[in-house]
Design a protein around this ligand. Structure first.
Ligand code: 13P
Ligand code: SF4
Length: 305
C-alpha cells in the first residue's frame, strides 16, 4: 500500500469513528500504519483498563481474540468489534475450562489465569493477571500454593519472584520461544553497554541474560528512564517500531533471530474501515460465562489499582 492509500484510509476511519461514536484500542504489536487511528495503544493490562472505562458505543479492537473478548466481558452493553476475527492466540487455545476444573479438583487451590485465555477458561478461574501484574496478583492471594496457567514460562518467572509455590501448566508462546541464547550472548558482546529487555513469556535461558523483564508497555517506560542508548529487545518484532517512535534518539534491536506473531498482523487499515462500516465482526460472550469471567477480571483490575 502506498502512502496516499494509507492517508486516505486513515482519514476515512477517523471520520467514521467520530460519526459512529467508536473508540479504537490498539495493542503495541500492531502494524505502525494503525497507530494514527488509535485512541489508546498499550499492553494487555492498559487495554483492559481502557475498555473498562470507555463511554463509547463501539470498541474496535486491533489485537487478538482474547483481548476483544475481555473488552466484551467488561462491556456487555457495547459493540466490541475485532476487524481480524481470525486473529487468535495459540497459547490461549492450550488450556480449556475442563482443564481448569480438573486442576482445581486435583490441587484444591486458587487458579490465576493469564489474560491470554478464552472467556470459558476465565470463567473457571479465580483471578486474571497480565504480564505487567502477574507477580503482584499472585502475592495478593492468601494461598501458599497457586495454580498458574497457561504459560509455563510466565509461571516460571513468577515462581522466581515469589515465595509461593506455583503449579504451572504446559502452555507457551511460539513467538517468545524462538529467541536464541547463543545469538543473544553474541549480540551482547558486540553491543557493549546495550541493555537487554525481555518479555516474561521468554524461557529462563533468555530471561537470565536480561537486565529487565517486563510487559510490552513496561519496555517503553524502562527504555525512557534508562541511561543506556541501545537496547536488545526480546519480544514480538513489532515492539521495535513502537519503541523507536516512543523513545526517540535511542536504538533498539531485536534479540536474534527476531520473531513475529502472525495473528497480531492480521489487522490492517482496510479491515478496520470495513469493520467500522459494517459494525462487524462483533465478539460476544454468552451471559452465563461472561458474568463469571468478569468477576475474575474485575478482581485483577481491583488489585491493580
Ligand atoms: P503484553 O500484555 O505485555 O502486551 O503481552 C501481550 C502478549 O500477548 C504478549 O505476547
Ligand atoms: Fe499469543 Fe504469543 Fe501472539 Fe502474544 S505473541 S498474542 S502470546 S501468540
Amino acid at each position: 500500500m502506498d502512502s496516499k492509500e494509507i492517508s486516505f484510509l486513515i482519514d476515512e476511519i477517523l471520520k467514521l469513528k467520530k460519526q459512529k461514536e467508536a473508540i479504537i484500542l490498539v495493542h503495541n504489536y500492531q502494524r505502525p500504519e494503525i497507530y494514527p487511528i488509535a485512541d489508546f495503544i498499550g499492553d494487555s493490562y492498559g487495554l483492559s483498563v481502557e475498555a473498562s472505562k470507555t463511554k463509547a458505543r463501539i470498541i474496535i479492537f486491533c489485537g487478538v481474540h482474547f483481548m476483544a473478548e475481555s473488552a466484551s466481558i467488561l462491556n456487555p452493553d457495547k459493540k466490541v468489534i475485532l476487524p481480524a476475527i481470525d486473529a487468535g492466540c495459540p497459547m490461549a487455545d492450550m488450556i480449556t475450562a475442563e482443564d481448569i476444573r480438573n486442576l482445581k479438583a486435583t490441587y484444591q487451590t486458587t487458579v490465576v489465569s493469564y489474560i491470554n485465555t478464552s472467556a470459558e477458561t476465565k470463567a473457571e478461574s479465580d483471578i486474571i493477571c497480565t504480564s505487567s501484574n502477574a507477580v503482584k496478583i499472585v502475592n495478593s492471594l492468601p494461598d501458599e500454593k497457586v495454580i498458574f496457567v497457561p504459560d509455563k514460562n510466565l509461571a516460571d518467572y513468577v515462581a522466581s519472584q515469589t515465595k509461593k509455590e506455583i503449579i504451572p501448566w504446559d502452555g507457551f508462546c511460539y513467538v517468545h520461544t524462538k529467541f536464541s541464547r547463543d545469538e543473544l550472548e553474541k549480540a551482547k558482546r558486540s553491543l557493549r553497554g546495550a541493555k537487554v529487555i525481555v518479555h516474561p513469556e521468554c524461557p529462563a535461558g533468555i530471561r537470565e541474560l536480561a537486565d529487565h523483564v517486563c510487559s510490552t508497555s513496561g519496555m517503553v517506560e524502562y527504555a525512557k528512564e534508562s541511561e543506556a542508548k541501545e537496547f536488545l529487545i526480546g519480544t514480538e518484532i513489532g515492539m521495535i517500531e513502537m519503541l523507536k517512535r516512543s523513545v526517540p534518539g535511542k536504538r533498539f534491536y531485536t534479540v536474534p533471530p527476531g520473531s513475529t506473531c502472525v495473528n497480531m498482523k492480521k489487522n490492517h487499515l482496510g479491515r478496520v474501515l470495513e469493520a467500522l462500516k459494517n459494525e462487524a465482526p462483533v465478539v460476544t460472550v454468552p451471559e452465563e460465562i461472561r458474568v463469571r469471567a468478569k468477576k475474575a477480571l474485575d478482581r485483577m483490575i481491583e488489585v491493580g489499582k
